[in-house]
Ligand binder design. Structure first.
Ligand SMILES: [Zn+2]
Length: 375
């Protein structure tokens, strides 16, 4: 195992932060896997999973069972971890700018596509190497102006040339679910089955460049760009990048973390990155659905919230999920889903303000457009 440190740009005189990465197995010996946790800082289940994964990877490396390189970044966001206000940790957004830590990663396609055609051939593996070099070159050329930009660059620099990227997050109150690129579903299905995902939400453009999409989107954008050439220039879907939502913010315990680490390792054995016999693939709980089919149910009024359904329940269109009660007038506002699907996440605050999103249902039919993720 090698430890590498990646210093971030210092915002304030006298402060210096860094990203620390742990590297198992050997570079260029097989597939590269990149796993990071807690990009939103106050989403901690993944940090405990990373702790268990590191122990397991160290043992697997000692037994010479790692066929590729596995990189683990247990603290993907030291900037967010340092944000505390009135005794509460504030994650998700940088307090100085209001920017979401999981948005605005540099889009690599526009710069990478320039001058690429002359370097491509009919060999898809060679094309993947050329494209990865171009992406790394582009990131090296970026000059970050802020600590946050330097953090985004450092994380992407470690991950953009990986074959598998797992970004470990969690939702407010949720069952395990995944986000990935639509073209990546064939590669992602085994992960969804091993992890026991209740929903996998697919998009080719979620809006505002989240981390997982910055790693994978370039591949299908380039494939699309070169698809109608007279000479075949195959571009593989070379980066399976997945946002793994490890249930709820409070689901931080050894039992779940060890189970999740086991399931990730089963997937990596199945993928051939780790030697061994993978356990049989469990049944897929629910088919993948378009992110554009996910309905966010918001409350039109303010009041105290009583949920009538729980994460993981199958919901029929028209079914009431929650009541928002005005404690002064005693009026009860019923909130219903407009789609059939799995209720995969609920808000974990119980006083609604008007317009607040309270629940998410993974519908099979796309009906939204524009920016598909919440702020
Ligand atoms: Zn998150």
């Amino acid at each position: 195992m090698k430890t590498k440190k990646h210093p971030l740009l210092s915002t304030y005189v006298g402060t210096n932060r860094e990203i620390v990465s742990f590297h198992y197995g050997g570079e260029h010996s097989g597939e590269k896997v990149y796993i990071q946790s807690s990009l939103h800082a106050d989403e901690l289940p993944g940090m405990l999973v990373a702790h268990h994964l590191r122990r397991r990877f160290a043992a697997l490396e000692a037994a010479d069972k790692i066929r590729g390189e596995i990189v683990v970044v247990p603290v993907a966001n030291p900037v967010g971890l340092a944000q505390t206000m009135l005794h509460s940790q504030v994650g998700r957004f940088e307090m100085a700018t209001g920017e979401n830590f999981n948005r605005h990663y540099p889009a690599m396609y526009p710069a990478v596509v320039d001058g690429l055609e002359a370097k491509l051939s009919a060999d898809s593996k060679a094309n993947a190497r050329v494209i990865r070099e171009a992406m790394l070159h582009q990131l090296d050329a970026l000059v970050p102006k802020t600590e946050l930009e330097s953090m985004r660059r450092a994380l992407l620099r470690l991950s953009c040339d990986a074959d598998v990227v797992l970004d470990l997050h969690c939702d407010s109150d949720a069952v395990l679910h995944l986000y990935t690129g639509t073209p990546m579903w064939p590669q992602c299905e085994a992960l969804a089955r091993y992890m026991g995902a209740y929903a996998t939400l697919l998009a080719t453009e979620s809006g505002d460049n989240p981390f997982d999409e910055a790693c994978s989107q370039t591949w299908w954008q380039l494939a699309d760009h070169f698809k109608s050439r007279s000479v075949e220039l195959p571009i593989p879907m070379a980066c399976l990048s997945v946002t793994v939502e490890l249930r709820s913010q409070t689901d931080v315990n050894h039992a779940l973390a060890m189970q999740d680490a086991d399931n990730i390792i089963s997937f990596l054995i199945h993928r051939g990155v780790i030697d061994g016999v993978a356990p049989p693939l469990p049944e897929l709980k629910y088919s993948a659905t378009p992110l554009a089919g996910s309905e966010a149910i918001s409350s039109p009024v303010s009041g105290v919230v009583a949920f009538l359904k729980k994460p993981g329940d199958w919901i029929h269109s028209g079914e009431v999920l929650a009541e928002v009660i005005n404690p002064i007038t005693a009026e009860v506002c019923e909130l219903a889903s407009h789609t059939d699907g799995v209720l995969y996440a609920l808000e974990n605050r119980y006083f609604a303000t008007a317009g607040m999103r309270l629940a998410k249902v993974a519908g099979a039919k796309a009906f939204r457009s524009g920016k598909l993720l919440s702020a």
